[in-house]
Ligand binder design. Structure first.
Ligand SMILES: COc1nc2nc(N)nc(N)c2nc1C
Length: 308
């Protein structure tokens, strides 16, 4: 029993380090939980086997492993997905019927990264967080402040929440995995996991070393902005100091949307970052507001997903 307790302690400690500091779980949560429960069972029956360094004694454990929580005043929505141009036409039909006429759309690349929200007060970055479940995310302000493309001070003293995608460029991803492999560490499966793991680091210096970047695409503003359309909003974000993805394009009909989709399905492998599809949004912000959202997704936007 003493030997079993010792082995369990060593395993849980090694797994805990990989999970909490490398954010790179080397075992399924289930395996970790089973071992943890067995150790608790042994220590309950044989208290003299409890050691101060046992994972069951590290009360601070849950603190270092968890970031403090952030409530999104304006929920961070996800989006409905479509997988064919026929479904895309159905989306456009729904909008036309709902609005009672043809509208313009803004087409944007769907970056394969991690959704983040940046909170500015009087133009100063005061908080940065992950989407989480849409209403409650994790406070990763310190980590986000290490990313060069995120302005800590805006060109205007505005109060706003800006949403966008944090991603790891393909090249940084390849280099990171080369280094990890050379150091005998587990490699990340894809740039999205690498970005997520790098953002959820407890040590901002590790985040800073991962060469992350951002494309911002949405403003949940508390101060009125000038822009009247999605495309103008992207330009306004750019003028405020954010990095936006310049490939966006206004489309007036389904044929133009299909052309954009086909173009970037072809260009996908040449891009410096991963994309998992295209986002098509009603361009008029006033129409976006009047179309509104369901509990989980906006009615005025759809994601056309590429095959993996
Ligand atoms: C309006 O909501 C959204 N807009 C988006 N736009 C782009 N370009 N990429 C996304 N991943 C995205 N995601 C969401 C939830």
């Amino acid at each position: 029993i003493r030997q079993e307790a010792e082995t369990l302690r060593k395993q849980l400690q090694a797994w805990g380090i990989a999970y909490y500091t490398e954010d790179n779980p080397v075992v399924e949560d289930f395996t970790y939980d089973k071992a943890y429960q067995r150790l608790v069972e042994i220590e309950t029956n044989y208290p003299d086997l409890i050691t101060p360094d046992s994972p069951t004694q590290q009360v601070g454990d849950e603190v270092i492993s968890d970031f403090s929580k952030v409530t999104h005043e304006i929920p961070m929505l996800s989006m409905g997905d479509v997988f064919s141009e026929a479904e895309l036409a159905e989306f456009e039909n729904r909008i036309t019927n709902n609005v009672g006429g043809k509208v313009d759309y803004n087409c944007e690349l769907k970056i394969d990264g991690l959704a983040i929200s940046l909170r500015y007060e009087n133009g100063i970055l005061v908080q940065g967080s992950t989407r989480g479940n849409g209403s409650i995310g994790e406070d990763i302000t310190k980590n986000l402040k290490t990313i060069p493309s995120i302005p800590t001070k805006l060109k205007r003293p505005l109060n706003l929440d800006v949403r966008g995608e944090c991603y790891m460029p393909k090249e940084s991803f390849a280099k990171l995995n080369e280094t990890r492999e050379a150091n005998g560490e587990a490699v990340f499966a894809n740039p999205r996991n690498a970005a997520a793991g790098s953002l959820r680091q407890l040590d901002p210096k590790v985040t800073a070393s991962r060469k992350l970047s951002t494309f911002m695409y949405n403003v949940a503003s508390f101060d009125p902005l000038e822009s009247r359309t999605q495309a103008e909003m992207l330009e306004e974000l750019h003028d405020l100091g954010f990095t936006i993805n310049p490939t966006y394009r206004v489309a007036n009909n389904v044929a133009d949307i299909d052309a954009y989709v086909d173009e970037f399905q072809r260009k996908r492998s040449d891009l410096a970052y991963g994309i998992d599809g295209i986002v098509i949004k009603v361009n008029s912000l006033q129409l976006q507001r009047s179309l509104g959202a369901t509990v989980k997704v906006p009615r005025w936007a759809i994601a056309y997903k590429f095959p993996p």
